[in-house]
Every structure is written in C-alpha cells, then in structure tokens.
Design a protein around this ligand. Structure first.
Ligand SMILES: C[S@@+](CC[C@H](N)C(=O)[O-])C[C@H]1O[C@@H](n2cnc3c(N)ncnc32)[C@H](O)[C@@H]1O
Length: 223
C-alpha cells in the first residue's frame, strides 16, 4: 500500500465518529441478520475502522481483522474493547498476510480488492479461496468501471476527457488501484454457489461531498 494512501486513510480515520459511517451494505445484513453465527471464525480484510468486523463480533463471531492503516485499527480496538467484543485487530499489509488454509467460516473484503495492484489482487483472491472453509461464506464488494472515479482516472490519463469529471467522485478515489469490469467479481469466485450478486450505481452521502459509486457486491458459499 502506498505511503500517501496510508496517510490519507490515517487522516480520515482520526476524525471523530466513523468515516464511512456504521451502516453496512443491505445484502450483508439481510444475509447474516437472522443467522446464528455464534462462535464462527471470521476474517475482515482491509477492515478500516471495522464496521463489518464489529457487526460480526456483536453476533458472537471470533473476528480477525487486518488493515494497513494504524488509525483505523486503533479505533476498532477501542470500540471492541469498550463493548467486550472478540476482535483481534492488527496493522498488517495484505501483501504480508499469510492466509491459513480452511480456517475461516466467513471472509469479508469490503472495498479493498480494488485498492490492490494486479499481482496482489490475484494472490489475495487465491488466499481468500484457500482460507475459507468448505461451506464458508464470502462477502466481497468492489467499485466498478461505472464508478465516476474510473472516468476521472481515464481523464487524468488523457483518455476520454470529460469536463467536470471530478465533481461526482469520492475524496478517497485517488487511493483506488483498479475498477472491476462487468461480471469480473463474479468470475473471480467461479465454482462457488452464488447467494447474491449485484452491479449498479448508487449515491453515497456517508462521507465528504455527495458522490456516486459503481458497485459490484457478491455473497457466495464455498462448495
Ligand atoms: C475504502 S476503505 C474500506 C474500509 C472497510 N472495509 C469498510 O468497508 O469500512 C479501504 C481500506 O483498505 C485498506 N487497505 C488498502 N490496501 C491495503 C493493503 N494492502 N493492506 C491492508 N489494508 C489495505 C485501507 O487502509 C482502507 O482502510
């Protein structure tokens, strides 16, 4: 992860409250809301301030959460401690994380695979596939080429110039390494049972000025 990206996330995570809010994607809560997941082992990759990790811990999971940004991990540890929740949160770059085989019942990667360069992204997807237990549940979301940040990136690269392309873009868009193409996220987990898949563009009012995101969101079960 680039130093400038760590600094950006460190700054936003130092603000009071939670930068991306506490709200989770609706498909995530719809799936796990009514399930008994007490005692299951969960992994949250690129957890930030830990909104997904904390939700799973509140439901009784034993959560391992990693992120490269110290301020996010500090906030997550404090929140977990205050509420007596079982979260092991560590400052670790995903590039250095050793994925243990068949260890986790649930793996979450919320808006993080798109922050990884190509090699690391491929290794991480392979690591997630290996670390999930048979029957385990995977939840991943990423931003897609429909995201206004992708248009801005093309404009910056001198391709497809669009006047005013930056007006609808998240303030952390410069940290993005990659935007997924249509159905690409789904194809990364070929062979899994698809429980939910969605691609679409939505407004985001949770941080900074109002903007939009192109989302791909996947819930899938390892056979
Ligand atoms: C958009 S935020 C999402 C945070 C969290 N998953 C959520 O949904 O609230 C992306 C997070 O990925 C983390 N990240 C990006 N690249 C990483 C890497 N190589 N290793 C660990 N964390 C990384 C950033 O520090 C940041 O906290």
């Amino acid at each position: 992860m680039k130093e400038s990206h760590i600094q950006k996330f460190n700054t936003v995570y130092q603000s009071s409250g939670c930068y991306y809010g506490q709200e989770l994607r609706p498909e995530f809560t719809a799936h796990f809301g009514n399930q008994d997941i007490q005692g299951l082992q969960a992994l949250d990759l690129g957890c930030g301030e830990g909104r997904y990790a904390l939700y799973l811990a509140r439901k009784g999971c034993e959560v391992t959460a990693i992120d490269r940004t110290p301020a996010g991990i500090q906030k997550l540890r404090a929140l977990a401690q205050n509420h007596y929740l079982h979260v092991i949160a560590s400052v670790v770059d995903i590039a250095d994380f050793i994925f243990p085989e068949n260890r986790f019942d649930i793996i979450v990667a919320a808006t993080v695979l798109d922050h990884l360069g190509e090699d690391l992204r491929r290794r991480t997807i392979a690591g997630m596939r290996s670390a999930l237990k048979p029957g385990g549940i995977l939840y991943v979301n990423v931003f897609t080429v429909d995201d206004p940040g992708y248009l801005l990136k093309q404009t910056a690269a001198g391709e497809n110039p669009l006047p005013g392309a930056d007006s609808d873009v998240s303030d952390t868009a410069f940290c993005m390494e990659y935007y997924f193409t249509p159905n690409e996220l789904r194809s990364c987990f070929n062979g899994y049972t698809l429980l939910y898949y969605y691609e679409g563009v939505e407004p985001d009012l949770s941080h900074g000025r109002p903007h939009h995101h192109g989302w791909a969101c996947l819930l899938a079960q390892k056979p």
